[in-house]
Write a protein of this length. Structure first.
Lengths: 397, 379
């Protein structure tokens, strides 16, 4: 206990000494620092902040120090995050290598793969993207068709992946590919790491209803991939993928942390709807919706805390995290839809011009983008199937 | 915010579960109902609960209490929701003892708290006057006279009111109905001259009463706290009641849900288990998520009381509104998913459905609490 208090004190001291003032507020989209071979920094402070944090391994605080991670335990990690939050320190680095691939690589990768990739993820040298879904394999992911043929010293990849988020900016993709067409579908899948600069890899952007294009389709045309880029056993990629999906779902349950409009629903209500003399929101129906949302959102936050407390106290109910992707994304969708309703006609603008503020436009776009949250990473319906089967033990149809 | 029970609290919870399952299961409530038991609960059961220390869990050690806090009491009350056990625990300890702990003077505490701990005194809170929870709407009058105060008026939906030894009466000593100023809390002997108690048989087969006060004479010493300032005690007492009631509702909803899931796994139609139908699976999964969210809120709300947090009032409204909604959802779905047998008196699911509706009305329905939460948050 005393050691933890000491850790909290030194951590705070270090953060105060090393986190530039400009990095002590939430990052706008333009201010975010994403990993990459050719990454750019929005400011010198952002560069300094990343260098300081990655030197301590605190971009990935709970990863093993042997690969450059922070080597912190659960409680120390929590303290670091709490202290960062209390000072307002933003995350120095964003990358799905940190959130998704890294933990799976630490579990399933060879020593050589860990030494090659983990330090680069921690430093932000490589930007990763994910190649799972295909045009014909969405919720039914295991029916994927992208082929990897064994050519002796390499695999030869042919096929296409869709919803490869930010593939146009990524340096590497982690991919599920079919390596056996005779086995039942889950048993013929392998997990491969592919350099996006390899000849035969190309991407095209997919424009979404939000007007944005962070999703891509990625094409593989006779792409040669070294054999040592296989993670886990041949034809056992499904287990790696399932382990990694847990991380993706956890991430998506926390989407509320990502930059959105600079006002909360309650603030927006007061500004755009206004209060009556009795201090109540002018529109009774919106007040009811706002209250319901704020209450449910608080319950969600408490449940995040509870799962954490259960974990560090060794009384975890491993079933509870399974609800978080479903609840988190559904609640985020409600929040974004509510915000648009609270903003009224200011919440449905499309181009900024003089009539709309950047936050108002962001509200419109966030609402539209939020529709993808309950589809990507396993639809809400798939999540409910998983809860029914794995948690409640209800029989298969 | 300890969002988990500690080892002592878990032990207490397990003991309560075991005790209630063997001594006060749902069939015990059915028996009280069918035999039209005059007390409405088993005095022997209450004696055993007192022996287990449940009446003294939240009492300070100075008054023969265990000083174990609401996390401890909440754990026991949550278990009593699984079995729908009728007892004076809620009205005597959550309402009666809390009022005295928060607002009583030294004499009032000494006279009553050790007797509560010993199971010798049962309390009830006489608050409501209309069909909906509304603490400020009190009209029952407390007029000052030479001997003290004289009470006139009527109370309704007084939980355990017919069997209590003492009543805490919320009276108006000044101001208009609708004002929180001018409310006073009065400690009254339930058998005092001028009090008429009429037991009301409620849908949940638990106990309540309508009580009329006709020139009931009190002394000045019977006031709890300052005259006219009763709301400052009543409000936190009601928050404790809302949170404790929500804990009971969580237990009831969880039990009803577990029984329903078991049924989905055994009942066959069209040659398969009905639990294989996606139309039922998704609804079951949604109920599970709602129960998990509810559990987090109850734990935080119980610890908010023990930590004397400033946001306890918000947590009380959050917990009560949520459990009102979730208990309603789960009991409605439980009946529907059980099909025909779900609407029979033979199946115990109906007892949960009825208890849910009564507990939803007690200390504020969802509309009351959403409105209160919004007001507390400044919109």
């Amino acid at each position: 206990m005393e050691a933890l208090q000491q850790f909290r004190a030194t951590t705070r001291e270090w953060l105060e000494a090393n986190c530039p003032q400009s990095q002590r507020q939430p990052a706008t989209r333009e201010e975010q620092v994403w990993a990459g071979r050719n990454k750019t920094f929005p400011s010198d402070d952002a560069k300094i902040w990343l260098e300081k944090m990655s030197a301590k391994g605190w971009t990935c605080p709970d990863w093993p120090a042997a690969y450059g991670g922070g080597g912190l335990g659960d409680e120390e990690t929590k303290i670091l995050l709490e202290e960062m939050k209390s000072l307002g320190c933003r995350k120095p680095l964003l990358d799905i290598g940190i959130w998704m691939l890294g933990p799976a690589l630490l579990e399933y990768g060879t020593e050589e793969q860990k030494l090659e990739h983990i330090p680069k993820i921690i430093r932000g040298d490589i930007r990763w993207c994910q190649g799972y879904s295909e045009p014909g394999a969405g919720s039914d992911l295991a029916s994927l068709q992208t082929r990897a043929e064994d050519k002796g010293d390499h695999f030869l990849i042919n096929g296409t992946k869709i919803w490869t988020t930010n593939a146009d900016k990524a340096d590497f993709v982690f991919c599920l590919v079919r390596t056996n067409t005779d086995a039942i579908k889950q048993k013929g899948i392998s997990f491969l790491l592919i350099d996006m600069e390899t000849e035969g890899v190309s991407t095209s952007l997919i424009e979404l209803i939000s007007g944005e294009s962070e999703f891509c389709q990625t094409f593989f045309d006779n792409v040669k991939v070294p054999k040592n880029n296989l993670v886990g056993e041949l034809n056992a990629g499904w287990s790696v993928a399932k382990s990694l999906l847990k991380h993706e779902r956890k991430l998506m349950s926390e989407m509320g942390e990502l930059p959105g409009p600079g006002f909360s629903p309650a603030q927006a209500a007061q500004k755009y709807v206004g209060l009556n003399n009795d201090g109540k929101l002018k529109n009774a129906a919106l007040r009811e919706q706002l209250t319901q949302h704020e209450m449910d959102y608080r319950c969600l936050g408490l449940t995040h805390f509870r799962t954490f407390e259960e974990r560090i106290n060794g009384v975890a109910d491993s079933n509870v995290p399974l609800i978080m992707k479903y609840v988190g994304t559904e609640e985020q969708k409600k929040k974004d839809g509510l915000l648009v309703a609270l903003l009224g006609s200011q919440g449905i603008g499309w181009e900024q011009g003089e009539s709309f503020t950047a936050d108002e436009i962001l509200s419109t776009r966030s609402w539209l983008f939020s529709k993808a949250l309950s589809i990507a990473g396993g639809t809400s319906e798939v999540q409910l199937n998983i809860i029914a089967k794995r948690v409640l033990g209800l029989p298969d149809a | 915010m300890p969002l988990i029970f500690n080892e002592e609290q878990r032990l207490l919870k397990d003991t309560a579960k075991e005790f209630l399952n063997s001594n006060a299961p749902v069939e015990a409530l059915r028996k009280l109902r069918d035999e039209k038991d005059a007390t409405g609960y088993s005095t022997e059961l209450w004696r055993q609960m007192v022996e287990l220390g449940w009446a003294s869990i939240i009492l300070p050690e100075a008054y023969d209490g265990l000083d174990f806090g609401f996390m401890g009491l909440g754990a026991v009350i949550e278990e009593s929701g699984h079995t729908l056990s009728a007892s004076p625990l809620f009205s005597t300890v959550v309402l009666g003892a809390s009022t005295l702990i928060l607002g009583g003077n030294e004499q009032q505490k000494q006279d009553n708290l050790p007797a509560i701990a010993a199971g010798e005194l049962a309390f009830a809170l006489a608050l409501e006057e209309g069909s909906h929870h509304d603490p400020a709407a009190v009209k029952l009058s407390a007029e000052q006279n030479n001997e003290g105060y004289i009470l006139n008026g009527k109370k309704t939906f007084v939980l355990d009111g017919h069997s209590a030894d003492k009543l805490i009466v919320v009276a108006r000593s000044s101001g208009e109905a609708g004002c929180t100023d001018g409310l006073s809390l009065m400690l009254v002997d339930a058998n005092a001259t001028g009090i008429t108690r009429t037991r009301t048989i409620m849908a949940d087969s638990r106990n309540a009463a309508n009580i009329s006060f006709d020139n009931v004479q009190l002394s000045a010493d019977d006031v709890i706290g300052e005259i006219g300032q009763g709301f400052s005690i009543l409000d936190p007492v009601l928050d404790r009641a809302r949170i404790a009631m929500a804990a009971e509702m969580l237990g009831g909803a969880q039990e009803c849900f577990d029984r329903t899931i078991e049924y989905l796994k055994e009942r066959e139609q069209f040659g398969v288990k009905i639990g294989s139908f996606q139309a039922l699976k998704h609804r079951a999964a949604i109920m599970y998520t709602e129960l998990q969210l509810s559990k987090s809120v109850i734990l935080d709300a119980l610890s908010a009381i023990d930590e004397q947090r400033a946001d306890t009032n918000q947590l009380a409204s959050l917990a009560k509104a949520r459990l009102n909604d979730v208990y309603q959802l789960v009991t409605n779905e439980a009946v529907q998913m059980h099909g025909g047998i779900g609407v029979t008196d033979e199946l115990e699911i109906g007892f949960f459905l009825k208890r849910a509706r009564v507990s939803m009305q007690a200390f504020g329905d969802s509309g009351f609490h959403r409105d209160r939460y919004a007001t507390l948050c400044g919109y």
